[in-house]
Design a protein around this ligand. Structure first.
Ligand code: A2P
Length: 314
């Protein structure tokens, strides 16, 4: 399977992984087990997804059944916004590893460059964006403090690679001013409605790999009421016509558009056939014209569902 070598460690990160956001907790262990059985070798989780224990159960069952070895699977997790203070970073990384039942993450990302007031996990976990009063409470933790604590996780062997998510160019450059270990990965929303060309270019220059989320378009936000009414990318005529030319599904064409640009993708599916199909994006090639045609859909884009949406609700 195609992979990208991460800076500093050289570790290979598969370009197609299985995303755990909104994977139902009740079926998560089974879904993860089946994803590994189907050939996925990257699991993309996060404290905020609320299913790390179940994901870990699926992974450990696949290991004990001999389907994979721990070292064959690239496990990503993310630090939530309420745990950015130095002492909380390690405590939470350890808690999350405990939930998974593993002793290291291959990649640990700062989920958002937004620090929120601490919520004790015994009070509420995952804490999400809001306090008990349903309001967002910012915390005064500068990113440098969080990044220093992330680097300590590397030194202690709790994580192999560290990175960021939902970060734009100016903060990336700031991190490089003080980083002992530079971010290896930046995970951002990226699809033909939100092509992020300047960020792709900058990350290429800096040697930072990009993982695209919401590759199939922003429909995951529809049920959150956060989409902007843009036409579902999976049903778009442009995607349909390219897909029929290649005898591939609409989803495969959208995933291929990213992978062919050297971007990693982490589609999620609660449906086994779609999960299997999403892994099969290596065996065809889009033309440059098709890539361009897809990228031009950004003209019909929605507002990116970025963190400022939650902050506007403060
Ligand atoms: P489902 O889980 O029912 O398959 P995300 O952008 O967060 O990765 O979510 C992907 C969205 O696209 C989910 O709503 C998922 O629903 C759906 N999906 C995943 N794979 C496919 C596919 N191959 N074809 C159509 N829809 C898909």
């Amino acid at each position: 399977m195609a992979a990208v070598a991460l800076k500093r460690t050289g570790q290979k990160m598969p370009l197609v992984g299985f995303g755990l956001w909104k994977v139902n907790r009740a079926t998560c262990a089974e879904t993860v087990y089946n994803a590994l059985k189907a050939g996925y070798r990257l699991l993309d989780g996060a404290g905020d997804y609320g299913n790390e224990k179940e994901a870990g159960e699926g992974l450990r069952r696949a290991i004990s059944d001999g389907i994979v070895k721990r070292e064959d699977v690239f496990v990503t997790s993310k630090l939530w916004n309420t745990f950015h203070a130095h002492d909380h970073v390690k405590a939470l990384a350890k808690k999350q590893l405990g939930l998974w039942g593993i002793d290291y993450f291959d990649l640990f990302l700062v989920h958002f460059p937004i620090s929120l007031e601490y919520v004790d996990p015994s009070h509420r976990y995952p804490p999400e964006w809001w306090g008990d009063d349903k309001k967002v409470h910012l915390a005064k933790v500068p990113f440098q403090e969080t990044w220093g604590a992330m680097e300590e996780l590397v030194d202690e062997g709790l994580v192999k690679n560290i990175g960021v998510s939902n970060v734009q160019g100016s903060l990336l450059i700031d991190i490089l001013r003080y980083a002992k270990y530079e971010p290896a990965v930046n995970q951002v929303e990226l699809h033909p409605y939100l092509t992020q060309e300047p960020l792709i270019k900058l990350c290429g220059t800096l040697g930072i790999a990009i993982t695209a989320y919401s590759s199939l378009g922003p429909q995951s936000y529809v049920e959150l009421g956060a989409d902007k009414g843009a036409k579902n990318l999976l049903e778009h005529d442009t995607i349909a016509s390219i897909a029929s030319k290649h005898s591939k599904s609409h989803a495969q064409v959208l995933l291929r558009w990213a992978v062919q640009q050297g971007l990693a993708v982490i589609p999620k599916s609660n449906n086994h056939d779609r999960l299997v199909q999403n892994l099969q994006v290596d065996a065809f090639q889009l033309s440059d014209a098709e890539i361009k045609e897809m990228s031009s859909l950004k003209a019909f884009s929605h507002d990116p569902p970025d963190a400022s949406r939650s902050l506007r609700e403060m």
